[in-house]
Ligand binder design. Structure first.
Ligand code: FMN
Length: 203
C-alpha cells in the first residue's frame, strides 16, 4: 500500500477488538519501524514501553481517565521522550561513526553543538524530547496502518501517574500513548479537515 493510501486510511480508533493480541515479533517490528523516524542529531532520545499484559493494561487504565481502549487494544505503547539527548549523543552516534557515515571530527562537532544547545536548558530539552517522541509516534501509527492494524494517539492520561506506575527515570517523560490493535465496529471515519485555504500559506 502506498504511503498516500496509508495516510488517507488512518483514523484514530476508539473501539478495538479485545480478543485480538499481537505477538512480540509484531510489537518489535512496530518499534523498529518507529525508530526509523528522524530525531535531532539522530539522538534517538526516546524509549517505548509496550503495555500488553492484562495487569499492566489495568495499571495504565488507572491513569488514562477511563479510556478503555488502553485495555481493549492489543498493545498500548508509552512513547517516552528523553531529556538527556546531549549526554546520550556520543553513544547514539557511535554506530554511524563505525559505519563510516559520520567522520569522527563531525561527530565531535555535533556533540559540542548539542551540548551548547541543551546543557542546562530544560525547556529546549523538553521541546526536543516531545518533538522526537512525537515523530516516532506518528511513524509507529503509519507502521501499524501498513500492517493492517488500527491505532490511536492519546495524551489523555496523567503523566505523573504513568511515570510513577511504569518507573520512568527522571530523564524520561511520557509524551504520548499509542494504542494499537484490531479495529472493532462503530469507529468514526476519518473526520473532515480544515480547507487548505485555512492552513496553507505560500511564502
Ligand atoms: C496529541 C494528541 C492527543 C490525543 N489524545 C487523544 C486521547 O486522549 N483520546 C482519544 O480518544 N483521542 C486522542 N487523540 C486523537 C484525536 O482526537 C484525533 O487524532 C482527531 O480527532 C482527528 O481524528 P483522526 O485521527 O481520526 O483523523 C489525540 C490526538 C493527538 C494528536
Amino acid at each position: 500500500m502506498s504511503i498516500k493510501t496509508l495516510i488517507e486510511q488512518r483514523i484514530s480508533c476508539n473501539y478495538f477488538d479485545p480478543e485480538h493480541t499481537l505477538g512480540d515479533a509484531d510489537i518489535k517490528e512496530l518499534v523498529r519501524l518507529a525508530t526509523l523516524a528522524p530525531s535531532a542529531y539522530n539522538g534517538q532520545n526516546w524509549r517505548f514501553i509496550a503495555v500488553q499484559s492484562a495487569s499492566a493494561k489495568q495499571n495504565l487504565l488507572k491513569h488514562a481517565y477511563g479510556q478503555g481502549k488502553v485495555a481493549d487494544a492489543a498493545v498500548s505503547f508509552i512513547v517516552c521522550g528523553r531529556l538527556d539527548l546531549h549526554t546520550g549523543l556520543a553513544q547514539a552516534l557511535a554506530p554511524s561513526v563505525s559505519a563510516g557515515i559520520l567522520k569522527p571530527e563531525l561527530a565531535e562537532n555535533m556533540l559540542h553543538y548539542a551540548n551548547e544547545a541543551y546543557h542546562n536548558q530544560p525547556q529546549r530539552q523538553r521541546d526536543e524530547a516531545i518533538r522526537s517522541a512525537s515523530l516516532a509516534a506518528m511513524t509507529l501509527m503509519l507502521a501499524a496502518q501498513g500492517m493492517g492494524l488500527a491505532s490511536c494517539p492519546m495524551t489523555g492520561f496523567d503523566a505523573t501517574g504513568v511515570a510513577e506506575e511504569f518507573e520512568l527515570s527522571a530523564e524520561e517523560i511520557p509524551v504520548m500513548l499509542i494504542t494499537v490493535g484490531k479495529s472493532a465496529a462503530n469507529n468514526w471515519p476519518q473526520k473532515p479537515r480544515k480547507t487548505l485555504n485555512e492552513v496553507l500559506d505560500f511564502a
